[in-house]
Design a protein around this ligand. Structure first.
Ligand code: GRF
Length: 201
C-alpha cells in the first residue's frame, strides 16, 4: 500500500508511520513526503528522492500551488494521502482530484474545534476531555466523515502545551490504527459516504 504524507512541520506523525513500517507493523510504503515548507523537519525523515516541497509564495495563487502539489502527488501514484500536520487549507479542486484517498488527522474531538488552536479552545471551554480525530478530507475544513477518534482527559493545571503533548501521544497510535484499516481495503469512500465492508459508517 502506497502512502503519501503531507506535512508542514516536525513530522512526528510521519515518523510514527515510518517506525511502524520499519518494525513490520504496517505493510505499506511511504512513497513521498510533501510540504509547503522547504525547511520542514518532516522532509528530513525520508531520503531526498521522496521529498517534495515548494513555497506557496512562489506561485501565482492557491490553485497554482495546489496544482503543482497535485501533479507531484499524482506522479507517485499513492493509494492514500495522509495530511499530518499540514497547515494549509486544500482547495476544492485539489480535494476533488484526490477525493476518497485524502485523510487528515486533526487534534480535536470533531466536530468540536475545527480549525486552529484546538487545545487552547478546549481549555478555554472548560472541557473535561479532548483528543484527536482521523477523518476523510472534503472541501469544507475538518468536516469529512470521521474514521476514528482517541480521547484524553484534560487535567487541572493543563496548559495548551501540556494538553497538546497528551493529545499527540494518542495521535500516533490512532493514526496507525486508522492506516491499518485503510490498508486492509475494507474502507471505501465515495462522495463523502464512507463504508466499512460495504456498510455505511
Ligand atoms: C499534530 O498535533 C496534528 O494533529 C496537527 O499538527 C500536529 C502535527 O504534528 N495537525 P507532527 O508534525 O505530526 O509532529
Amino acid at each position: 500500500v502506497r502512502i503519501a504524507v503531507l506535512a508542514s512541520g516536525r513530522g512526528s506523525n510521519l515518523q510514527a508511520i515510518l517506525d511502524a513500517i520499519a518494525h513490520g507493523q504496517l505493510q505499506a510504503d511511504v512513497v513521498g513526503v510533501f510540504s509547503d515548507r522547504v525547511d520542514a523537519a518532516a522532509l528530513q525523515r525520508v531520503p531526498a528522492p521522496r521529498r517534495w516541497a515548494a513555497s506557496p509564495r512562489d506561485f501565482a495563487d492557491r490553485v497554482a500551488f495546489d496544482t503543482a502539489l497535485g501533479d507531484a502527488l499524482a506522479a507517485c501514484t499513492p493509494d492514500w494521502i495522509i495530511c499530518a500536520g499540514y497547515m494549509r487549507i486544500l482547495g476544492a479542486a485539489f480535494v476533488a482530484r484526490f477525493e476518497g484517498r485524502l485523510v487528515n488527522i486533526h487534534p480535536s474531538l470533531l466536530p468540536l474545534y475545527k480549525g486552529l488552536n484546538t487545545h487552547a479552545r478546549a481549555l478555554e471551554a472548560g472541557d473535561a476531555e479532548h483528543g484527536a480525530s482521523v477523518h476523510f478530507v472534503v472541501p469544507e475544513l475538518d468536516a469529512g466523515t470521521v474514521l476514528a477518534q482517541a480521547r484524553v482527559p484534560i487535567l487541572p493545571g493543563d496548559s495548551p502545551e501540556s494538553l497538546a503533548q497528551r493529545v499527540l501521544a494518542v495521535e500516533h497510535p490512532l493514526l496507525l490504527a486508522s492506516l491499518a484499516l485503510l490498508a486492509s481495503g475494507r474502507i471505501t469512500e465515495q462522495g463523502g459516504q464512507v463504508q466499512l465492508d460495504g456498510h455505511p459508517l
